[in-house]
Design a protein around this ligand. Structure first.
Ligand code: PHE
Length: 449
């Protein structure tokens, strides 16, 4: 196996958890989770989602960590080093990272704009949810402002990567993540106490399985993978920088728990408020951008709350865009033999272009549709519901059946230094349960049953 020299490794004990959690916790938890849960019936979706996270997501994250740290390579190089025929898995990841960044940068730009409007006080000028809906629509359909914010976000990501200020991000994440947690809890309490909030609480926690369709299962699976950043080579790439003594299974468990708690908390913030101010829980990607300002509006010191909250959201988004950018940068750097600088600029230029197109596709180019979806929705659907689950399926098959079991054991137990009592359960999940469940979900969606 190759061990490339002078490759960076991550510092202190906490960093593995921090950077991996930084990648996982992002807009996927706070923007995407509530909107897909709302679209897919609420409570029943939550139950299925949690099952997907525990039974499929967690073992897969551990599998990806093992592949990354065993090879010390980018996503493509890692699979190639283990078995040439499986390098397509890495390509699927690099391509998915590119396509995700296309719409993720746009939504990140929206959060940056909302942060600015919170600080200047202009967000606090409105009162009703209907007003917030129309300012949101006006904003995203504006031909240049969202594009500008998208580009700003692309550049911010680029400079963090290029200047190697990951350390700074690592350190600030230590403070900002707990703060995000505290704010979410405060907002959740406020939201629950809003008049009519109980109905939203029931919507989110009372499963109504009659609303479950084949697509609910696929969407839950896709959302779990998206939120945990798996099925795409991000965790392979990050783990390639982990130290030999990092405990992979603790890292995977901590990241999974943290990520899921943030998503659930986001649901407890959003749904009571949605019902209280009378918005449809099925209003799609705009859901949180209409709901959140309405929540802040009813709070004392609303400007402070919303400024701090959107700032944290910007930071959470940034640590995720960095991880996606890194997948592509590491690939270009190591496989195309570019300097890191050139690799980072190539990634930045390509994703900026796609981001601009995606941003315009919800505004002036909204008429351009493929399969009935504009570019923004298409990128979102294609990556989360197809490329990530497919990537996950093949990762299971590869690690469960193809990979030398000794390599896997060595990574998980740090060459025998740690115990892993549930190894057999883990292998069973990877070999049988995960692939079978995923296949059934796919076939179900293709209408086979
Ligand atoms: N997990 C991130 C989020 O929830 C998004 C992401 C997906 C990041 C895939 C990396 C890889 O916001």
């Amino acid at each position: 196996m190759h061990h490339s020299h002078n490759r960076a490794t991550l510092g202190g004990k906490l960093s593995a958890v921090l950077v991996a959690a930084g990648s996982s916790v992002g807009l996927g938890n706070i923007w995407r989770f509530p909107y897909v849960a709302g679209d897919n019936g609420g409570g029943a979706f939550l139950v299925i989602y949690i099952l997907c996270v525990l039974l499929l997501g967690l073992p897969l994250m551990l599998a990806e960590f093992s592949v990354g740290r065993a090879t010390h390579r980018n996503a493509v190089g890692a699979y190639r080093a283990l078995d040439k025929r499986w390098s397509f898995l890495g390509y699927n990841g690099v391509l998915a990272a590119f396509l995700i960044l296309g719409f993720y940068f746009v939504v990140s730009g929206w959060t940056a704009e909302y942060m600015v409007h919170s600080v200047t006080g202009s967000l606090a000028k409105y009162t009703t949810a209907q007003e917030y809906q129309s300012i949101f629509e006006n904003f995203i359909q504006n031909p240049w402002r969202p594009v500008l914010y998208t580009l700003l976000f692309v550049l911010a990501t680029h400079f963090v990567i290029a200047l190697g200020v990951q350390k700074g991000i690592e350190r600030s994440a230590k403070v900002l993540m707990p703060l995000l947690f505290v704010i979410l809890i405060a907002l959740a309490i406020h939201s629950l106490l809003m008049p009519g909030g109980g109905e939203g609480f029931r919507f989110f926690f009372q499963p109504d399985f009659s609303k479950v369709t084949p697509s609910t299962l696929l969407v839950a699976l896709g959302q779990a993978f998206f939120s945990l950043s798996i099925g795409i080579g991000t965790m392979v790439t990050y783990a390639s920088y982990f130290k030999p003594e990092t405990n992979l299974r603790h890292t995977a468990l901590n990241v999974t728990i943290l990520d899921t708690l943030v998503a659930i908390l986001a649901g407890v913030v959003i749904f009571p408020a949605v019902f209280s101010v009378g918005i449809e829980p099925t209003s799609g990607p705009s859901l949180v951008f209409i709901t959140l300002p309405s929540i802040f509006n009813g709070m004392p010191l609303s400007m402070v709350w919303s400024s701090v909250f959107f700032l944290l959201l910007v930071v959470a988004a940034l640590t995720s865009t960095i991880s996606l950018h890194e997948v592509i940068t590491a690939y270009c750097h190591e496989e195309w033999h570019m300097s890191r600088r050139a690799a980072a600029w190539t990634t930045t230029a390509a994703t900026a272009l796609l981001g601009i197109m995606a941003s315009l596709s919800v505004g002036i180019l909204n008429g351009w549709k493929l399969f009935g979806l504009n570019l923004f929705d298409l990128l979102d659907y294609l990556t989360a519901n197809i490329m990530l689950p497919v990537g996950g399926l093949f990762t299971c098959l590869f690690v469960g059946w193809k990979l030398d079991q000794q390599v896997l054991k060595d990574q998980i137990t740090n060459h025998g230094a740690l115990k892993f009592r549930i190894y057999r359960t883990f292998i069973f999940l990877l070999r049988y349960l995960c692939p079978i469940v995923m296949l059934l979900v796919f076939l179900d969606n293709l209408g086979v049953f």
